[in-house]
Design a protein around this ligand. Sequence first.
Ligand code: PGA
Length: 256
Amino acid sequence: MQKLIVGNLKMNLLTIAERDRYLESFKKELQGKNVSDCEIVLCPPAIHLESFAGKIEKNDFSVGAQNIFWEDRGSFTGEISAPMVKNIGAEYLIVGHSERRKNFNETNEVVKAKINSALNAGLFPICCVGETLQDRQAGKTTDVIISQIHEGLADVPVSRITSVVIAYEPVWAVGSDSVPTSDEIMEVRILIKKIFADTFGQAVAEKMKILYGGSVKATTAKQLCIDPGMDGALVGRESLIPMELIKIAEIINNSK
Ligand code: PGA
């Protein structure tokens, strides 16, 4: 299965000059690197989606959005929709990121609406799931993951399910220096596969891509992504440095 390396650039790249420097540096760093078994997806702020998509050449990278509203059009001041994102050249959409769940009240119900809208527009949703530290300490990790997947993906028909990518991001590891062990990540990967096997059958479960996200760096990519058998990474801070994101892609690409 092709690996997926997603760079979540969050609310950064404040000027046109900064954006252009990022894209130039990304393309320069990519030259001559062996990442042919990976798809790299850059998710810039919405305002830069068009310029990022306009710079795609030779399948160097794909583009994803960080958020949408679930309606396609209408009186929703300030929002952007899945067809808009798709028509500008994006292919992926991050949904249910812990920062959106926490700061913008993105519930599983909201995640469900956004996933359906994304699939209808032909986007691949990257659905983030993960427990908080309190959940983990209270022994609720399994329950949280099960309900995030069951409720968030409740309306996805079996024919579309493999278009959804799952990113396991323990909330306490996102933007912090704490990371789970390989075994802890592997346990959740096995749980996610089981949820899909029980709901959609074994063949579907085998095809589902499961990424790890939360403090992934070149130095931790082996422990966090390769050893637990993940299908790639969702990278926050390190994706702001093109060289580091590409290093992570190389490590994961060459792990076989
Ligand atoms: P981080 O962020 O790599 O900075 O921990 C991950 C994410 O927010 O997806």
